[in-house]
Write a protein that binds this ligand. Structure first.
Ligand code: FA5
Ligand code: MG
Length: 429
């Protein structure tokens, strides 16, 4: 049984023999359980609710923008804001409620943190869409921590934060600004699904909703970054929206994706009791926005307790511009690791054998935040034996001091040993 020190924040998280305890609740373990102590340490940290943390600051600025720009009929803010929903959700909420079919690749054990077969740490804030719509809300924002087993580099981290936005429109709300709008309708019978719209929607309704969505998001990023920021829209696919788009912004000479969005699938709205409305939804990455806005070079810095980092965000007024002085980076050290992969395709029924994410997870659970980046540098299959070998380069760097060769070597050796004993690979060390 591994107990975690939680430094006085969340109730203790424990991974026991039969139970996983998270935020004061117990969940029975099964063959799907794959959360690690390092990940559970992060549950309950709630960086987005920590006063003057950069993620809090960006959340507050987005709230302030929505509060002042969108006013309801009685003068109240149109969008309600939710930032305290538990990250522990059912797989039904995270996937089924969003029409993600059984067997869809996004459900893979290798990509998510499962407490057991039916409970997981949410992989996106969209997991709450249906429930909040069902509770009667027409316009809301929702901020929270999300968890994904993913690659490791400067802009990917297994825990990050998203802000979800949803807005629904009745016939009257959508067409009231249109001349003779009373003659138009949201829905049509016998329509076809096309790249532009869902079968039950009229093209005029969808175009207005899409226009409102893109305008809302363009105004949001202009408010955050100023009108000079270069953005572009890219068509994409989500099972819960159609049509769907991603917004990319120009960052350090490259295009970086900051959000996904689209017109909500009507089946989702119908299941939430909002069959007479059309809606849009978006989900944006708070770290990605903060990195662009404050020129934060590495996503691990958000977890830093370093005063030189945190004190820069303690402004009196959330609208005050931040002049972020990037901390000088300490030198990196890198070490390679090569091994033969285990033979065989499938182990137990439906469970993948070795996946790259298993290795990333293992590196993360041993190296923690010392690991800046892991990249696959070689992958070859022996022409005679058919055995496959991979080589990964691990870059180690501490955010707050210079690492020594010796301490890196110790961590690296632990990774080598654990790779052999836990992943069944054969080292070529
Ligand atoms: C989603 O998570 C969808 N739920 C978004 C959505 C909501 C679509 C509502 C339609 C309607 P995606 O996986 O692309 O989509 O993530 C959304 C954003 O989260 C990304 O654009 C990015 O800004 C951020 N993000 C994704 N993965 C990471 C990561 N590993 N580290 C940091 N930020 C990430
Ligand atoms: Mg995406």
């Amino acid at each position: 049984c591994r107990r975690l020190s939680t430094k006085g924040h969340a109730p203790q998280s424990v991974i026991g023999q039969d139970l996983v305890q998270v935020l004061g609740q117990s969940y029975p373990r099964d063959d799907f359980t794959n959360v690690t102590p390092k990940i559970l340490e992060k549950v309950g940290r709630n960086l987005h609710n920590q006063s003057h943390h950069p993620l809090w600051l960006i959340k507050e600025r987005i709230k302030a923008h929505f509060y002042s720009s969108y006013i309801g009929r009685s003068g109240n803010p149109l969008f309600s804001v939710h930032d305290n929903l538990s990250p522990v959700v059912t797989t039904e909420q995270n996937f089924d409620s969003l029409l993600i079919p059984p067997g869809h690749p996004s459900r893979k054990r290798g990509d998510n943190y499962y407490l057991n077969r039916t409970t997981m740490l949410r992989a996106h804030t969209s997991a709450h869409q249906r429930d909040l719509v069902r509770s009667g809300l027409d316009a809301f924002l929702l901020a929270g921590d999300v968890y994904r087993r993913d690659e490791i580099d400067a802009s990917h981290y297994p825990v990050f934060h998203q802000m979800e936005g949803v807005r629904l429109f009745s016939n009257r709300q959508l067409f009231s600004r249109v001349q003779n709008g009373g003659e138009l309708s949201l829905f049509e019978r016998g329509g076809r699904r096309t790249p532009e719209k869902q079968e039950t929607h009229t093209l005029e309704a969808v175009k207005l909703v899409e226009f409102d969505l893109k305008r809302t998001l363009t105004q949001l990023v202009s408010y955050l970054f100023g009108a000079d920021l270069e953005i572009r829209w890219v068509d994409c696919y989500f099972p819960f929206t159609h049509p769907s788009f991603e917004m990319e912004v120009r960052f350090q000479g490259d295009w970086m994706e900051v959000l996904g969005c689209g017109v909500m699938e009507q089946e989702l709205l119908n299941s939430a009791g909002a069959e007479d409305k059309l809606g849009w939804a978006f989900g944006l990455g708070l770290e990605r926005l903060a990195m662009v806005l404050y020129s934060i070079p590495d996503i691990r810095l958000f977890w830093s307790q370093d005063e030189r980092f945190l004190k820069q965000f303690r402004v009196q007024d959330i609208h005050q511009p931040i002049c972020f002085q990037p901390l000088s980076k300490y030198p990196p050290l890198h070490n390679d690791i090569s091994f033969w992969l285990p033979d065989g395709k499938e182990s137990e029924a439906g469970r993948e054998c070795f996946t790259e994410n298993d290795f990333y997870e293992l590196v993360r659970s041993i190296g923690g935040d010392l690991v800046e980046k892991v990249s696959l540098v070689d992958d070859f299959t022996h022409p005679k034996t058919g055995r496959r070998s991979q080589c990964y380069r691990i870059i180690y760097r501490h955010m707050e001091r210079t690492l020594t060769q010796q301490e890196v070597r110790l961590v690296h050796q632990q990774i080598e040993q654990a790779a052999e004993s836990e992943l069944g690979v054969q080292g070529r060390f």
